[in-house]
Design a binder for this molecule. Structure first.
Ligand code: HEM
Ligand SMILES: *[C@@H]1O[C@H](CO)[C@@H](O)[C@H](O)[C@H]1NC(C)=O
Ligand SMILES: *[C@@H]1O[C@H](CO)[C@@H](O)[C@H](O)[C@H]1NC(C)=O
Ligand SMILES: *[C@@H]1O[C@H](CO)[C@@H](O)[C@H](O)[C@H]1NC(C)=O
Ligand SMILES: *[C@@H]1O[C@H](CO)[C@@H](O)[C@H](O)[C@H]1NC(C)=O
Ligand SMILES: *[C@@H]1O[C@H](CO)[C@@H](O)[C@H](O)[C@H]1NC(C)=O
Length: 318
């Protein structure tokens, strides 16, 4: 209980300072125009998680994949059109990202209550936070006021979203391109404390990473995920508790039980080992740095002012 309180205090201090220095997004953005916005998103997320706990992980990931591709602008939600190929079929997303129906349901409720006001990009930012909280993780104030893109770019999604086969220097550089630090990389990778990955995402790790993978862990995964076939069979990113937001992900890394190559790369005798050790030893420190990282990630290139639009349907431009 004591450590829980410590987390809350630090997070609210950190996020207040952060939002004050940022004129573009504001936690109170919908106070006048849609006072129920946050409650509607929260209720939609809670209902979806009650049906299937994994959806919380999927919603968190949608915000990440949105923000890393030309900013947090709802572009990942757009279906293909005659003018552009959307991001849904980019390599990191195809047969993998999910949660679009949940976003549609939330958006429909918001449109009933306050038509044309709440952006799809803001729904993603709020749903990510609400999912983490629902699954036992930290809370933070979400800056709001993002507008939605009128285009999407599949090849940008292919280049900017890091691959699970990435080495540490590639991971650091893909975060640094977005203005995120090495600390943000390690803390935000802690998202993999929830959710699942497909065989195709960890196959090369379990067959080719023999010096940095626990042997019995590799063997049990090889039974599920053969050298070819079963591409869509899933395994938990956090071996023990894939629907609880905790710090076991980091403890697993210290035992060479990271599921993805990119996970284990964070604890492999290099400069991020100490951060992994810190978060494994102290979940309060993980929660604080995670919340700070999410606030930073949520501020990547938002469309504000008269840029973009407030989509009525998150899947298509108005
Ligand atoms: C550091 C670089 C990262 C890489 C290489 C990476 C890669 C992946 C891969 C390959 C999967 C499994 C996809 C599949 O097989 O269907 C996955 C799942 C997931 N990722 Fe990441 N990820 C990274 C960082 C992040 C960040 C920063 C977040 C959130 C802030 C995040 C949140 C998630 C979540 C929650 C899941 C589970 C989704 C579900 O079960 O539906 N990841 N990630
Ligand atoms: C996406 O996945 C589907 C189903 O597996 C596949 O038919 C399609 O070719 C993939 N699209 C891309 C662009 O890779
Ligand atoms: C899409 O993204 C790619 C890779 O970042 C970039 O080269 C290209 O110019 C973008 N296309 C459009 C239409 O913005
Ligand atoms: C890391 O991966 C990048 C991109 O694939 C590659 O160019 C680089 O040589 C690799 N670095 C190391 C140290 O293996
Ligand atoms: C393991 O690495 C070898 C050599 O790079 C490659 O040919 C093989 O496809 C990899 N195996 C898997 C399962 O990825
Ligand atoms: C760990 O580091 C070694 C040596 O640099 C490298 O060959 C290996 O691919 C790395 N493994 C992971 C999982 O990062």
């Amino acid at each position: 209980m004591a450590s829980y309180n410590c987390c809350l205090l630090l997070i609210f201090f950190a996020s207040t300072v952060f939002l004050k220095s940022d004129a573009k997004l504001s936690a109170n953005y919908y106070l006048q125009t849609c006072p129920k916005a946050q409650a509607i998103v929260q209720a939609g997320v809670a209902a979806a998680i009650k049906q299937e706990a994994r959806i919380g992980a999927s919603l968190l990931r949608l915000h990440f994949h949105d923000c890393f591709v030309n900013g947090c602008d709802g572009s990942i939600l757009l279906d293909d059109t005659d003018n552009f190929v959307g991001e849904k079929t980019a390599v990191p997303n195809n047969n993998s990202v999910r949660g679009f129906d949940v976003v549609d349901d939330i958006k429909a409720k918001l449109e009933k209550t306050c038509p044309g006001v709440v952006s799809c990009a803001d729904i993603l930012a709020l749903a990510a936070r609400d999912s983490v909280v629902q699954l036992g993780g930290p809370s933070w104030k979400v800056g709001l006021g993002r507008r939605d893109s009128t285009t999407a770019n599949r090849s940008a999604a292919n280049s900017f979203i890091p691959a699970p086969t990435s080495n540490l220097s590639a991971l650091v550089s893909s975060f640094s391109v977005q203005g995120l630090s090495t600390k943000d990389l390690v803390a935000l990778s802690g998202s993999h404390t929830i959710g699942l990955a497909r065989c195709t995402s960890f196959r090369s790790r379990i067959y080719n990473d023999s010096t940095t993978i626990d042997a019995s862990f590799a063997k049990s995964l090889q039974r599920k995920c053969p050298k070819s076939g079963n591409d869509n069979v899933h395994a938990r990113l956090d071996l023990q508790t894939s629907t609880i937001f905790d710090n076991l992900y980091f403890k697993n890394l210290m035992e060479e039980k990271g599921l993805l190559h990119s996970d284990q790369a964070l604890f492999n005798g290099s400069f991020t080992d100490s951060l992994v050790e810190k978060y494994a030893a102290n979940s309060c420190k993980f929660f604080n740095d995670f919340a700070k990282g999410m606030i930073k990630m949520g501020k990547i290139n938002p469309l504000t002012g008269s840029k973009g639009q407030i989509r009525i349907n998150c899947r298509k431009i108005n």
